[in-house]
Design a protein around this ligand. Structure first.
Ligand SMILES: [Fe+2]
Length: 241
């Protein structure tokens, strides 16, 4: 595990990054504890990193229960994320590390936490950088904009296109995120997205459940037509590739 330094992480591509996350339990293993107000988190106040982790852990841990409700989870996780104190020491370290990626012409990634039920990643875009259309098989995602300005388009798969090699994507959300804004996806809704930064942007991404070898293998990337399919508003033909 010592072969992987934080600097090494930030130099990798998204697929490479996802592969490396598989080894994470032995890499990060941060000692955490709820530390806001000696364990009591004020309802609307900013929360420190450790309290944030424990709050997310509490919500994400419910995914094993019969009454697990993804839309409710992402709404709660989004509310928690909006309260994260962006000056937390752990985030400051990530911001500092990410400086090394500025000017390298690619999106940069870092690991912040990985547990059984969720993982948290740090993603940095420079102006104009993008992550093309991709999905998150069986996963939820909560993206917190820590700094910057970024456009996020979300899509649902509506049905296979006629030739079977293609599929149709329906754009179901578009958001412009700035500091403390959040974008969410569930395994069923808005699961496919694309991101393009309008300025230097840093995101804190919460995935529940976390990436596994199987989920990385099932992840799909799409080449999507720019023109709408047969003139249908917000519908685009896409090919996996
Ligand atoms: Fe994504």
């Amino acid at each position: 595990m010592d072969d992987y330094s934080r600097r090494a992480f930030i130099r990798t591509s998204l697929p490479g990054f996802l592969g490396l996350t598989l080894a994470l339990p032995g890499i990060t293993a941060l000692a955490t504890r709820a530390n806001a107000c000696e364990g009591r988190v004020p309802e609307d106040g900013a929360i420190h990193w450790d309290a944030f982790l424990e709050a997310i852990a509490g919500e994400a841990g419910r995914q094993h229960l019969d009454d697990w409700d993804e839309p409710r989870y992402v709404a709660r996780a989004a509310a928690i994320a909006r309260r994260l104190d962006l000056r937390s020491t752990e985030l400051e370290k990530a911001f500092e590390t990410a400086k090394g990626g500025i000017g390298d012409g690619r999106v940069d990634f870092d690991h912040l936490e990985k547990r059984e039920d969720f993982q948290i990643s740090f993603v940095q875009f420079e102006k104009g950088e993008e992550i093309r259309h991709h999905d998150h098989p069986g996963m939820t995602g909560v993206l917190l904009c820590a700094t910057g300005n970024i456009d996020v388009w979300n899509y649902d798969e509506v049905r296979p296109a006629a030739d079977q090699k293609a599929l149709l994507l329906k754009q179901t959300a578009k958001a412009r995120l700035t500091k403390a804004d959040v974008s969410t996806l569930t395994s069923k809704e808005r699961n496919i997205h694309r991101l393009e930064a309008r300025a230097l942007t840093q995101l804190v991404d919460i995935f529940a459940p976390p990436y596994t070898r199987e989920r990385v293998r099932k992840s799909r990337w799409f080449d999507v037509d720019e023109e709408e399919f047969e003139g249908r508003e917000g519908v685009f033909e896409a090919r996996v590739g």
